[in-house]
Design a protein. Structure first.
Ligand code: TGC
Ligand code: FAD
Length: 390
């Protein structure tokens, strides 16, 4: 479909700056030339896209809001959101790579790291020469990370880390991992674990039907000696990893709009070209209902994200507001991917069209960074003041 058909039904462009639009255009062009031609093959073959992280670094998609002195671009939160949207129009795996590197690895090092840690890691993460992973989830503790078992002991001149993390994006590729583990008092702290440390392994998780162009794996720590200078010094407690999730969930709220746009534009074009009963299928009311509802839901999601971005820029976005946007927008996108696939009939199951790939990817997106139900409970708790988790 021509890129000029990408929807802006409520003239939201009028609310963006020239810089926002320039950033969007450059990421959009890169997705068209670098991602679109190879994404179906990568997903079909369950392989990652070669050099993806370095390419993301070149276009400034890694840590866009990290200060320039550490290799970031010092951009605002709306720019970050727009970048995520354009990347996920290509594929959720591409957005995932940028999300993890930016919000889950660079963000905690920038917020909670020492000056030495920031200088040592951030510029290499921003350029994509170094790949980061984020270890919070464990085999026995996903929605409830506070019960994690991974722990470290103080051995005088180093820490000794033991445990395992599961479902970790980019684990098999990572050069470093920001790992959340309990200290001897049972308090959660962050450690930067480097690939070369003895006892650290990253087995790959095979046979996924979702996010097939992204590598997922485990982080296993068997008596890993972590130098003391690799502890993130400025945060103690679960709020450390959860604050990183605020940033990543915000980016996902924007990102999934991109996946929905790709499905919407594809279905709209197809429905105008495909004829049945002597007429384009777009002329049938049932198909128009789908198209009109897709556009309505995309427009609502765009407005939600833009205002959330304004709140984030003003440091006023609450975790519960972010949960609402993540939950609403991922559901919006997965519904559009599934419904738009039907509009293509048999062709909808083919790799030439993006719907099956987006729908399958979004099954992960609706699960990671807090499941659909967990985000509902966060909203419920915020509104009622009653904690329904425990
Ligand atoms: P709870 O007792 O409510 O809170 C513990 C402490 O954390 C604080 N807190 C937050 N701080 C910052 N941001 C947030 N969003 C926060 N939510 C809570 C809270 O104030 C408290 O602080 P303090 O100082 O009083 O100690 O926590 P809980 O144990 O009851 O758990 C509830 C919670 C919120 C953890 C749970 O609802 C939740 O969010 N579970 C979901 C877990 C999750 O999202 N995991 C994601 C793993 S990473 C991932 O999926 C990456 S995918 C990457 C990709 O490929 O894109
Ligand atoms: P569980 O927590 O076991 O949940 C199972 C079901 O129970 C869900 O439907 C859930 O909503 C429901 N449930 C749980 N508690 C409650 C409750 N109190 N009330 C009602 N229902 C409840 N994690 C990382 O740390 N780093 C990563 O990079 C990362 N990448 C990922 C990549 C992929 C492809 C996937 C699939 C996951 C990734 N994750 C990562 C893990 C992800 O965050 C977890 O899968 C997610 O938080 C859910 O945890 P779980 O899978 O253990 O499910």
């Amino acid at each position: 479909y021509p890129l000029t058909t990408i929807p802006d039904y409520y003239l939201i462009d009028d609310l963006l700056t020239d810089e926002h639009k320039l950033i969007r255009q450059s990421v959009r062009d890169w997705v068209e030339s670098f991602v679109m031609p190879k994404i179906d093959e990568a997903a079909q073959n369950h392989t990652d896209i070669p050099n993806l992280m370095k390419e993301l670094g070149k276009i400034g998609a890694l840590g866009p809001y990290i200060p320039e002195q550490y290799g970031g671009s010092g951009l605002d939160q709306i720019s970050y959101g727009i970048i995520m949207q354009e990347l996920e129009r290509g594929d959720s795996a591409v957005r995932s790579a940028a999300s993890v590197q930016s919000s889950l690895v660079m963000f905690p090092i920038n917020e909670y790291g020492s000056e030495e840690q920031k200088h040592k890691y951030l510029p290499h993460l921003a350029s994509g020469e170094m790949i980061g992973a984020f270890g919070l989830t464990e085999p026995n503790h996903g929605s409830d990370p506070g019960s994690m078992e991974t722990h470290f002991e103080d051995k005088g001149d180093h820490y000794l880390l033991n445990g395992a993390k599961m479902w970790i994006t980019n684990a098999p590729l990572c050069d470093i991992a920001v790992v959340w583990a309990k200290n001897e008092e049972g308090k959660v702290q962050g450690l930067i674990v480097e690939r070369a440390f003895d006892g650290f392994t990253t087995p790959e998780t095979h046979n996924k039907w979702s996010l097939r162009a992204s590598k997922t794996g485990e982080l296993v720590f068997n008596n890993v000696k972590v130098p003391k200078e690799n502890l993130l010094p400025k945060v103690v407690g679960l709020k450390g990893p959860l604050s990183c999730l605020n940033s990543a969930r915000y980016g996902i709220s924007w990102g999934v709009i991109g996946a929905a746009i790709d499905c919407y534009c594809t279905a709209l074009q197809y429905s105008k070209e495909r004829k049945q009963f002597g007429k384009p299928i777009a002329s049938f009311q049932l198909q128009q209902k789908k198209i009109a509802e897709f556009l309505t839901e995309i427009t609502k999601a765009q407005l939600l994200c833009l205002q959330l971005g304004n709140l984030k820029n003003a440091h006023k976005a609450s975790p519960a507001q972010i949960s609402m946007a993540k939950r609403n927008n991922v559901k919006m996108a997965i519904d559009i991917a599934r419904e738009s696939r039907q509009m293509l009939g048999g062709m909808g199951i083919m790799g030439e069209f993006p719907m099956m790939r987006h729908a399958a990817n979004l099954e992960s997106v609706i699960t990671y960074e807090g499941t659909h139900d967990i985000h509902l409970l966060i909203t419920g708790m915020d509104v009622t003041g009653i904690n329904a988790f425990g």
